[in-house]
Design a protein around this ligand. Structure first.
Ligand SMILES: [Zn+2]
Length: 154
């Protein structure tokens, strides 16, 4: 348990260590299969496309689109009591929409409930140091790409 009283990522956990090393540099990094190039998230032992076992981590950019969200009204873990309500989001990476991150809206810029972003709206990652880890929050990205009419209809 951290000093803040809330659980924080284990930076020593090898499967995710490259991700947290990336956030410390302001990058969202994901592993890609060395054999076929397919990115994956979360990390897996083997590539689901070709079975490859070797991966290279690289940045996927800091932009995404809202895939889904929910607002948490009741703290289910210790340390979050002072933060409710907050909004958890699933964000599809702009560079590869198959890659979806679970995160939360930036509490410093969380809009009121009636102004929450809509599904498909552009979001941008922000990197927020908390103790010895840099967490990723998401903010609406008014300068981001607008969904095309075809995307809106599908
Ligand atoms: Zn592969």
């Amino acid at each position: 348990m951290s000093q803040a009283g809330r659980p924080l990522p284990d930076l020593e956990y090898a499967d995710f260590a490259p991700f947290w090393q990336g956030t410390a540099r302001g990058e969202l990094r994901v592993p890609a299969c060395v054999r076929c190039g397919r990115r994956q998230w979360p990390p897996r032992m083997a590539c689901p496309a070709c079975g490859g076992l070797d991966f290279a981590w690289s940045s996927i950019g800091d932009r995404g689109r809202l895939y889904s969200w929910t607002t948490i009204g009741r703290a289910m873990l210790p340390g979050f009591e002072s933060e409710v309500p907050y909004t958890v989001v699933i964000v599809a990476a702009e560079a590869d929409p198959r890659i979806r991150f679970v995160g939360r809206l930036d509490p410093a810029h969380e809009p009121p409930a009636h102004e929450l972003p809509g599904i498909g709206d552009p979001l941008v990652a922000v990197f927020v140091p908390v103790e010895d880890v840099v967490l990723v929050y998401w903010r609406p990205d008014p300068g981001g790409p607008v969904p095309s009419a075809q995307e809106v209809q599908s």
